[in-house]
Design a protein around this ligand. Structure first.
Ligand code: 13P
Length: 273
């Protein structure tokens, strides 16, 4: 069952009317916590790392760890490159066995974004991996860097869908990191897209949204929901002392607890079989 294609997970989620959590991992403790959470409540999950974070944990080390953990899991796990910004990084992720890659060209003019995504769709064919792209713009970079929040135009969504990609992140007033106040989300954009795209809809910036917002988003077709900040904070803020081994256990347990909260909210508990 273990390492699986993200497309299969999202197809099942579409049929079942739930969303699959895509949890960002930065180290071993995050990987262990997220997978233990999914195994205990029998949920399919996605584990991901963003290119901008690889200066802390290189893909050549973190990537094989993620793939090995997915292969050893007792539930379906897809391994995804989040916010790939360069083709060499996408290429490396594919070579390491990632079953999904995102190319984020949301800062580019739409024609350039489309052209880059078409290239990545071609590259991914060699391994059968999924491809995700972004239109409009999710506010703030995954690493907290400054960038605007831009609502996706319907035209751009339909153009991107024609590239043959599998998953589409849309800017709907969402942003990475902690929100100063609960954001007003543009549900109207999703209402106009529902049932009209081949690609599965992806929500970035999950940390800090309300339970009601998640329920509404899933009812409007959101099938992959990204959570990073809450995972990283749980790992970092777990009780730590001077024994590294207790610290590892403590971080992994904190990550497991927060992951299970999200899995339950997304409706994917019990969907592993
Ligand atoms: P948060 O950090 O807001 O949870 O966003 C995660 C994300 O979208 C990663 O791409």
């Amino acid at each position: 069952m273990p390492l699986c294609n993200m497309r299969d997970l999202l197809n099942e989620a579409r049929k079942g009317g739930y969303a699959v959590g895509s949890f960002s991992v930065a180290n071993l403790e995050c990987v262990m916590g997220v997978i233990a959470a999914a195994e205990e409540i029998r949920a399919p999950i996605i584990i991901q790392c963003a290119e901008t974070r690889l200066k802390h944990t290189p893909l050549s080390m973190l990537g094989p760890l993620m793939v090995a953990a997915a292969k050893a899991a007792s539930v379906p796990v897809a391994v995804h490159l989040d916010h790939g910004s360069t083709l060499p990084c996408v290429e490396e992720a594919l070579r390491l066995g990632f079953t999904s890659v995102m190319f984020d060209g949301s800062h580019l003019p739409i024609e350039e974004n489309l052209a880059s995504v078409r290239k990545v769709v071609e590259m991914a064919k060699a391994t059968g991996a999924c491809v995700e792209a972004e239109v409009g713009r999710v506010g703030r970079g995954e690493d907290g860097s400054d960038s605007p929040t831009v609502a996706a135009s319907l035209e751009d969504c339909f153009l991107m869908d024609q590239t043959g990609l599998d998953a589409l992140a849309v800017g709907i007033g969402n942003a990475h990191g902690l929100y100063a106040a609960t954001p007003e989300l543009r549900y109207d954009i999703l209402e106009q897209l529902t049932g009209k795209l081949n690609a599965h809809l992806v929500l970035h910036g999950g940390t800090g949204l309300t339970d009601e917002q998640f329920v509404k988003l899933i009812s409007l077709g959101m099938r992959k929901i990204n959570i990073a900040t809450d995972i990283f904070r749980a790992a970092a803020m777990a009780p730590h002392g001077d024994d590294i081994f207790s610290n590892i256990t403590s971080s992994a347990a904190a990550v497991k607890a927060i992951t299970q909260k999200y899995i339950a909210l997304f409706g994917s508990a019990g969907k592993a079989e």
